[in-house]
Design a protein around this ligand. Sequence first.
Ligand SMILES: [Cu+2]
Length: 539
Amino acid sequence: MREQYDDRSGRTGGMTRRRVLGIGGALGVMAATGLSASAALARRPSITGAELRSAVPLPPPFQVPLPLPSVLKPVSTSGGVDRYEITQREASAEILPGVRTPLWTYEGTFPGPTIESRRGRPVTVSHRNELPVPTAVHLHGGRTPADSDGYPTDLVLPEGWQEHSMHMGHGSGHGMRDPRAVVTELTRDYTFPLDQRPTLLWYHDHRMDFTAPAIWRGLAGLHIIRDDAEDSLGLPAGRRELPLAIADRAFAADGSLDYPALDPTLRERPGVRGSYLAGVLGDVILVNGAPWPVHEVDAARYRLRILNASNARHYELEAVTDDGRRLDLVQIGADQGLLAAPVTHRLLPMAPAERYDVVIDFSRVPVGSRVRLLNRLGAGRTGEVMAFRVARTAADDSRIPRTLSNDLPTWRRADAVRVRDFSFRAGQMGGGHGWLIGGLPFDPARSDVTVRLGDVEVWRLVADVHHPVHLHLVGFRVLSRGGRPPLPHDAGLKDTISLRPGESAEIITRFDGYRGRYLFHCHNAEHEDMGMMANLEVI
Ligand SMILES: [Cu+2]
């Protein structure tokens, strides 16, 4: 059903061929990490995935100015609802200087336009699909009614999409085998109540079996929620608040984004070539769609709202001055909004889909010098992310309050009515390689987890390689990691937890918000497309 290989020969050749392919998949994973599975557990490789090499010359670092995604204007604000329109369409952009790169975009740009919203004020986004394939939009981190959550089979079909053209596909046909799928043609309105803590969310494609290549081609954008309480804290604001969406990509000789898709049209056959089963990594680090950019700053505090929008790449960020000093990264917020109190990091690990809200103080950096944001998990060019050039001294009346928020949930273990266990591991899927939760690949028609609205539960998660685990609908707290207290960067309210090779963790949450069909899944986007999702039904 969901083979990741072309198994037409396997179908006639029986199990032998399939087994060979399955082993090939497992070897691919090990080749990608460079370690055997047991060694992976012992040595914790820094990377899960395999890197593509660009076939075009790459620009020197810290030359291209940092773009700031445009803020989308509502087409209407009447009736207490902000209404937006986004067209999903093909476009091209000059990402590398002098090179045109075709993209799939929201409104013609990568990242797409940013939506700015206020807590509790509903937003409706009308998406129009002018791309050559079906899409589904998910607002990551949104507390969203199920019918607007972008369930992977709730497709928006492009004009003239012939369902029979999908019948040979392994995955697209899921839409037809999912009796609950709500498929629309050309447009769909997504409504977000945004009755949730202010934070940085992001919207991206979530189409069944093809999420990873669709995000890679450009279908991602930012969505910020604010409220009066946060505004009154005195944090750096205005042009001293920078959204930074970090994503790696690779470029083919013709300037297009390279991606090892089995079906480059992304119409029928999902999956990637064998050596990339563990995840696709690029050799170019983009921030807001620009390669290793530079941004001119005042010698003052800045608020950096950082998103790891990469498919599979993890980062460990540090900020280093030209004279080798490491600047503190003062974390003020997590995926789901402000921490109770700031947490200071020298090194900040970031898994795919995680957001960290960080204040960095440039006031003691000499004017004219730089601060480089480096990635300690990278090698060579992927060890660099971007730079800040301190241009001038300036007054700064911003501050970092010692108390940032007092509304974080305080669920205790004793509040939980249930404890569940989930393993996130490689395994067999339809005779090929897959990524499984609890030993099973995703099936939209299967019921996996049913929770009661309002219940508190503890989930115990365990991983073989890196798996950033994401729950839709709810935020959670991290209770423990590997049987020990959470790490400093686990603070606050999360919606994605980075499990490292061989690691276990416990999370606690209350299933609040809305009833309906949701998901939890790995946010290594290649893993997600290869089975590592499960249904979460709230009743
Ligand atoms: Cu994973």
